[in-house]
Design a protein around this ligand. Sequence first.
Ligand code: IMP
Ligand code: MG
Length: 186
Amino acid sequence: METNRALYKDLESILITKEELQEAVRKLGERITRDYEGKNPVMICILKGASVFFCDLIREIDLPLEIDFMVVSSYGASTKTSGEVKLVKDLDRSVRGRDVIIVEDIVDSGMTLNFLKQTLLGRGAASLRICTLLDKPARRRVPLTADYFCFNIPDAFVVGYGLDYAEVYRNLPDIGVLSPRIYAEK
Ligand code: IMP
Ligand code: MG
C-alpha cells in the first residue's frame, strides 16, 4: 500500500489492495480459460472504468480471444447515476454468432449493463456473459446478475484501479472509499 501518494489523502479507507486485486484477477482469468475452452470469445471493455481491470484480466486468460471497446456514459461528474445510458463509442466489429464477454468495472444500479446486454443480444451474439470487478448489490434498480465478479462491496463510492470520480483517481493501484468531503466540496 502506497499511502504516501497525494491522491490517497482523499480516501476514507482502502477497501481492496493491489495484492488482493491481482490475486482475484488471476483466479478469474483461470476460470474464464476453463469455461471457454475450445472457443474464441470477444471480450468487450467498457471504457473508461474497466480499462485497468481489462488489461490485467486478458493477460490471465489462455485463449485465442479478441478484444473490442465501447464507451457508454451515464454519470457525468456525480456519484449517482442519471438513469440514462448513452452509447458514445460503438464496437469496431460485428458480434453476430460470437461468444461475447462484457467486462465492466462495477455494477451499481445495473442500468448500464442492462442496456449493453439488450443491445448486444439484439445484434445476434451467440452467447453473452457479464464479467465485473465489483458488485454493489444494495443499489440495484433493475434486476441484473453478473456471471463473473471478483468482489461484493458495500454501498459506498469507490475509486481507483480504473474507477473515477470526475475523471480523477483511475491510476490508484488500490481501490478505496472516497471521502464524502471530496464530493461535498463540489
Ligand atoms: P450502473 O449503470 O448504475 O450500474 O453504473 C455503472 C457505472 O457507474 C460504472 O461503470 C461506473 O463507471 C459508475 N459507478 C458506479 N458506482 C461507482 C463507484 O462507486 N465509483 C466509481 N464509479 C462508479
Ligand atoms: Mg465512471
